[in-house]
Structure formats: structure tokens, C-alpha cells
Design a protein around this ligand. Structure first.
Ligand SMILES: C[S@@+](CC[C@H](N)C(=O)[O-])C[C@H]1O[C@@H](n2cnc3c(N)ncnc32)[C@H](O)[C@@H]1O
Length: 172
């Protein structure tokens, strides 16, 4: 219970903060734009942690279906919406949105394409209580809890199906 409500959200918050800095620096070094997937202004079940300890800012483009006015309100599952972004245009950091993927292989293909391989994520919330019950009180559309990913060191992107119904592992 402590893991679901406190340890995992705090760990995710700290890792997001670290990876956001990495992504920002990488975008400057590589001369690429920064894409943030997930509105940094809100939308988090454990929003009180992000509000007290801000961990992420907007990118040159911030994608979120229900995001703030600074966001591009786009459904990550809409393949045609991705078409406006060029190959390798961005360094991409994702914050808790890929769990809403209807076809994770398709979404990952688009991220691989627009990022040219520069992709970071702190993953989703973990813990028995979250993965079995609490996620249902957040959104009925949430399908996965993703594992953290850092394209500088990781080759596979992975996660678990909520309800502890299985897992997946895809080559990035
Ligand atoms: C857990 S929040 C992520 C942002 C939050 N600041 C964080 O770091 O946890 C999940 C976000 O996913 C967005 N979302 C849900 N379904 C989506 C979809 N199909 N496409 C794009 N964004 C979606 C929601 O609007 C929400 O802001």
C-alpha cells in the first residue's frame, strides 16, 4: 500500500525531474526540438506531489489529449495526428501517458520515428494496490503501467497490463 501511494509516485516524480533535464540538455546538444508527452500542469492522480515538487515543464511541443492551453490536444492513438511531425525532429520525453496506448506497438513506432531514437520516460505508477485497484479510480481508459525507459542505455521498452494480466517487451 505504501509503495502504491507514496514510494512509487515519489520515485516517478524524482526520475521524471532527472530525465526532463536530460531530455532538455540532449535537445540543445543535438539541435532537436523537445516533445513532452503528458501535460506537466496536471492530470496526475498524485498531483499533490507534482504541485509541491514540480518535475517537468512544457516542450517545444507538448502532447496531451486533455491538456492545458499550451498543449497540443492530440490522441496518441491517432496515427494520422502523428503525421504532422517529421522523422527525427524531436527528443521525446513521456510522462505517464503511454499507459493509454490502445496499440502500444503502433504508438512506439511513431515515437521511434519522430524521436530518431532519443526517447526517455519515468514509466507509470507501480505497486500492488495501484496495479490491481487504484488505477480503475483514475481512468477506465488506462491499460498499462509502463517501466522507465532511457534510450541511452535501454534497448527494450516494457510494461505490465493493469490488473496484473500480463506484460510486454518490445525492441525500441
Ligand atoms: C498521469 S497524467 C500525465 C501527466 C502528469 N503531469 C504526470 O506526470 O503524471 C496522464 C495524462 O494523459 C492524458 N491522456 C489520456 N489519454 C490520452 C490519449 N489517448 N492521448 C493523449 N493524452 C492522453 C491525460 O489528459 C493526462 O493529462
Amino acid at each position: 500500500m505504501i509503495k502504491s501511494i507514496l514510494i512509487s509516485p515519489i520515485r516517478r516524480n524524482l526520475l521524471t525531474k532527472k530525465l526532463f533535464k536530460v531530455a532538455k540538455d540532449m535537445s540543445k546538444t543535438k539541435g532537436k526540438k523537445l516533445m513532452v508527452i503528458g501535460d506537466p500542469c496536471g492530470g496526475n492522480y498524485f498531483q499533490f506531489i507534482s504541485s509541491i515538487f514540480p518535475n517537468c515543464g512544457h516542450g517545444d511541443v507538448t502532447v496531451d489529449l486533455y491538456g492545458c492551453n499550451e498543449c497540443k490536444r492530440m490522441d496518441i492513438n491517432d496515427n494520422s495526428a502523428w503525421e504532422e511531425f517529421d522523422d527525427g525532429e524531436f527528443v521525446v520525453i513521456e510522462t505517464g501517458v503511454l499507459g493509454f496506448s490502445k496499440d502500444i506497438g503502433e504508438v512506439l513506432t511513431q515515437i521511434r520515428r519522430v524521436s530518431g531514437g532519443d526517447f526517455l520516460s519515468a514509466g507509470g505508477n507501480k505497486g500492488f494496490l495501484w496495479e490491481m485497484f487504484l488505477y480503475k479510480t483514475y481512468s477506465k481508459e488506462l491499460i498499462y503501467s509502463m517501466d522507465p525507459f532511457d534510450s541511452r542505455v535501454d534497448e527494450h521498452y516494457s510494461g505490465t497490463l493493469l490488473g496484473r494480466k500480463g506484460s510486454f517487451k518490445l525492441k525500441f
